[in-house]
Write a protein that binds this ligand. Structure first.
Ligand code: PLP
Length: 393
């Protein structure tokens, strides 16, 4: 028996364990200090009423002979697939029902999609990045090329004609940077992918945070994208489903490579290795797309965006360079006085008792940058910003 040796090439991530250790050391030294965490990437507001009601009704239904359901369709129940399709339609994107695949979240599908691609493909990944794209490709043994996201390109790397890539990862609004591609920029990526017969894996997990009407929420708002892009989306940040687990992946029927439909390959993969998302959860997810659900989740998103605005205004007043904070729950700032990410982490912990995430943990271009998130409580955000405004850099 041989193990998959590619796993030995994975780098251990010390980011969140080092943060936890540093915070606990500081707390044991200064137990009286009130530490505010602005590093969390998890939502904090509860599920909205429409979702809870729908799931309650589904639980009761499952307890009746008539309403009981066993195995469901692997690709999701029709009621949820058409709710997702209608959601896209309201944004001017027409999808067929069989192009929508319901999942237990974007992370699984982002990893699993690699099953349908050959191992010899070259993968293009931005740096800094959500680590899942990197690690899932290392596990499979694929060659990765990194593209630099940095201050010069406002953390929105554009295609380099000299680079040959087959699988391209784009995430907009971005984690960790909060940067968002506009339509012209995404069009350049679509043209690049089409010209190279490449596929774009577009992570739209934060699309619901986009408020600016001009910015694309879906890559399919760009001409030609249905011939070269798969889109991953999630209800995790949109509707507080991080613990409830539901997302969806769009695989257009027009995606044809080597005379083969990617939609058919993905359907085959899912029906073989996945048994679907629980009925109760799918009923909750359906409620997200109802009129009440949309109204209620938007209130929560506005709450986070208002937090992001408070953080952004504080940084602007202090003359600190940052991206994100608008159309995104993340704020990505340049550490003042040329501090490294970890120096700034320590400085903020000691002088403001505020915890964020060192950018270096997301890739080499993250060094010297720092991520703050807006998923906390309003009063904590205000207190943290008052403290930061009062420290000297
Ligand atoms: N994509 C990005 C960019 C994320 O930041 C996250 C979660 O933090 C995910 C995907 C995973 O989402 P899910 O909870 O749906 O698996």
């Amino acid at each position: 028996m041989q193990i998959n040796r590619n796993y030995l090439d994975l780098q251990d991530s010390y980011l969140f364990s080092t943060i936890a250790r540093k915070v606990s050391e500081y707390k044991s030294k200064y137990p009286e200090k009130d530490i505010i965490r602005l590093g969390i990437g998890d939502v904090t507001l509860p599920l909205c009423e429409a979702v809870v009601k729908a799931m309650e009704a589904a639980v009761l239904e499952m307890g009746t002979q008539h309403g009981f359901r066993g195995y469901g369709p692997e690709q999701g129940y029709d009621f949820l697939r058409s709710a997702v399709r209608d959601y896209y339609k309201n944004r001017g994107v027409t999808l067929q029902d069989n192009e929508v695949f319901i999942s237990d979240g974007a992370k699984s599908d982002l990893g699993n999609i690699l099953d349908i691609f050959g191992l010899d493909n070259t993968v293009l990944i931005p740096d800094p990045v959500y680590p899942v794209y990197v690690d899932t490709n290392i596990m499979a043994g694929r060659q990765i090329i990194y593209m630099n996201a940095n201050e010069e390109n406002s953390f929105l790397p554009m295609p380099d004609e000299t680079v040959k890539a087959d699988i391209i990862y784009l995430c907009s609004p971005n984690n960790p940077t909060g940067a968002v591609y506009n339509k012209t920029q995404l069009k350049a990526w679509v043209d690049y992918a089409l010209s190279r017969n490449a596929v774009i894996l577009f992570d739209a997990a934060y699309e619901a945070f986009i408020q600016d009407e001009e910015l694309p929420k879906s890559i399919y708002e760009i001409d030609g994208a249905k011939q070269c892009a798969i889109e991953f989306c999630s209800l995790s940040k949109t509707a507080g489903f991080t613990g409830t687990r539901c997302g969806y992946t769009i695989v257009p029927v027009e995606l044809i490579y080597e005379n083969t439909s990617l939609n058919k390959l993905w359907l085959r993969r899912q029906t073989t290795k996945f048994n679907g998302v629980p009925y109760i959860i799918q009923r909750g997810a359906e409620a997200v797309f109802s009129e009440d659900g949309q109204k209620q989740i938007k209130e929560n998103i506005q709450y986070y965006l208002e937090n992001a605005k408070i953080i952004s205004e504080t940084l602007s007043n202090m003359g600190i360079w940052f991206v994100g904070g608008k159309n995104s729950p993340y704020i990505w700032l340049k550490c003042p006085n040329n501090m490294t990410s970890w120096e700034f982490f320590d400085y903020l912990l000691e002088n403001a008792n505020v915890v964020g995430t060192p950018g270096e943990g997301f890739g080499k271009n993250g060094e010297g940058f720092f991520r703050l998130t807006s998923f906390g409580k309003r009063e904590d955000i205000i207190t943290a910003m008052n403290r930061i405004s009062n420290i000297k850099f």
